[in-house]
Design a binder for this molecule. Structure first.
Ligand code: GLU
Length: 504
């Protein structure tokens, strides 16, 4: 590739970011980095009726969380700004006017009410080649009348003049040749009555002005492609048109249709990258981040939704993805989303990442639960000890909190039915022996525990479970002697004594 690769993610800030949106970011990012190119974030906010406060900030934070940071964009700046389309409003009009002057677009003066009437009158009404000549536009009105209307400041939009019976083709980097019959496409609005461009005009003008070389977006945009292709041609820019890649849909777990926010709610898993609170309704849609996913796992699982490297390998870090990603290996068909598999990725990443890396997230989660962590080095040891038992970062609350505060409650049902004075005696002696021991290492502790159990005639299992419940509160956690060592001598003795009161 001779020219510098430039790709863009161009979201409309209308709400939370669906995992499919983040996968689009990821594939853009991987491709850019693999080719030494630039990744651009452009905010497509020209539809004022769909503007949602906070959505842009959310998108930016989401990219930060995933570590997929743009080289250029609303925050990063760059030579092709502004990167927010509403701030580029003045740029688009001249291209729309140029298209009118070239006969490729026209002014349409029909009021929304008039169009409503047409829709009611004509089944499957489309503003296009079948009906445009019966409507109120610069193709049907005399030139003087058009001028008069424009001079009088009448409300109008500019629409593309879609040719009929033409086949438009392009080579999609994922799907190969794609073709469209223009007869089926209506005359899309390019410039709206408020002077704002529609998405169709803005996306083409900006991809051109921002020198975008490759445009990756979701498959749902494929039907818009003929409009965009014609605009590139009509504006005389066909040579510079980016190469397109339409990414496969992410499907519901059963494969029946696109995964939606509603499926998430119905099936009990997140569909958004981060929790989104709708500012209008206050409705909260949960996110992967908040339920305890790591960005490393999230990127990894998104990469595998529609891509693989041709082997059985499933765990990929971002650097390896940059190295191995290829559009040739992106599948044409939709990828089913499997939440259990998503959690598997997370558990794998929790296992693989060093405690130091996990610490910030876990610290925040524990603090949110009101758990004081005064010694962060000790937290690192705790993380190492329990991380193999955690699927979500939020599992650390249950798995780690007892290291920082003594159990408030005990699973008494697991202890008291078989509790007796002999056992109480055993633990009293054990606490004494811990108190006088020179070493407080797991192996010594275990040896002492076993010797004592034997002396008192207990099977090891009879006393092991109560010991665990004394320290942890419940029937879970890593090896109990490791727990005791991390708790320290004094705390272990104190927990034994406290529990002996509760077990009576
Ligand atoms: N603004 C469109 C969106 O919201 C972008 C589609 C494209 O990348 O062309 O997804």
């Amino acid at each position: 590739m001779s020219e510098k690769v430039r790709v863009r993610f161009a979201p409309s800030p209308t709400g939370g970011l669906h995992l499919g949106g983040v996968r689009t970011v990821l594939f853009n990012y991987l491709f850019a980095k693999q080719n030494g190119g630039d990744f651009i974030l452009r905010i497509e906010d020209t539809d004022q009726t769909r503007f949602v406060p906070g959505a842009e900030e959310y998108i930016i934070e989401c990219l930060k969380w995933c570590g997929l940071n743009p080289d250029e964009g609303t925050e990063a700046g760059g030579a092709y700004g502004p990167y927010r389309q509403s701030e580029r409003k003045e740029i688009y009009r001249k291209y729309a006017e140029q298209l009118v002057a070239d006969g490729k677009a026209y002014y349409a003066f029909d009021t929304p009410e008039e169009l409503e009437e047409k829709r009611a009158e004509i089944p499957n009404f489309q503003y296009g080649h079948t009906h445009r000549m019966q409507l109120k536009n610069s193709l049907t009105l005399p030139a003087e009348e058009v001028k008069r209307l424009l001079d009088a400041g009448e409300r109008y939009v500019i629409r593309i003049n879609m040719p009929s019976e033409e086949t438009i083709r392009f080579d999609d980097l994922i799907r190969g040749e794609v073709s469209f019959d223009t007869t089926l496409v209506d005359d899309k609005v390019l410039l709206k009555a408020d002077g704002m461009p529609t998405y169709h005009l803005a996306v083409v003008v900006d991809d051109y002005l921002m020198k975008i070389t490759h445009a990756f977006r979701g498959e749902e945009w494929l039907p818009s492609a003929p409009v965009h292709l014609l605009l590139w041609r009509y504006l005389g820019w066909e040579e510079q048109m980016p190469q397109w890649a339409h990414l496969p849909l992410i499907l519901k777990p059963d494969g029946n249709g696109k995964l939606s926010k509603r499926d998430g709610a119905r099936l009990g898993f997140p569909v958004y990258a981060m929790t989104w609170t709708d500012p209008a309704t206050g409705d909260v849609t949960p996110g992967f981040r908040e339920i305890g996913f790591l960005p490393e796992a999230f990127n990894n699982l998104l990469a595998m939704l529609g891509w693989n490297d041709g082997t059985d390998q499933e765990i990929f870090g971002i650097d390896e993805l940059i190295e191995k990603f290829s559009l040739e290996r992106v599948s044409k068909s939709g990828a089913k989303f499997d939440f259990e598999k998503a959690k598997w990725f997370n558990a794998e990443w929790i296992k693989r990442l060093p405690a130091e890396r996990l610490k910030p997230e876990i610290l925040t989660i524990l603090q949110k639960e009101g758990i004081e962590v005064s010694d962060e080095d000790r937290l690192l040891q705790v993380i190492d000890l329990v991380k193999d038992r955690c699927t979500l970062l939020t599992d650390f609350v249950a798995q780690a909190s007892y290291f920082f505060r003594a159990p408030q409650e005990y699973d008494l049902g697991a202890v008291t039915p078989k509790w007796n004075e002999q056992k109480e005696e055993f633990f009293k002696s054990f606490a004494d022996s811990i108190g006088s021991a020179q070493n407080f290492a797991a192996a010594d502790l275990e040896a002492e525990f076993k010797t004592l159990a034997q002396e008192k005639g207990f099977k090891i299992g009879d006393v092991m479970l109560p010991f665990r419940i004394m320290l942890v509160g419940g029937k879970f956690g890593p090896t109990v002697f490791d727990i005791a060592v991390l708790l320290g001598k004094d705390e272990t003795i104190s927990r034994i004594n406290k529990a002996l009161q509760a077990f009576k």
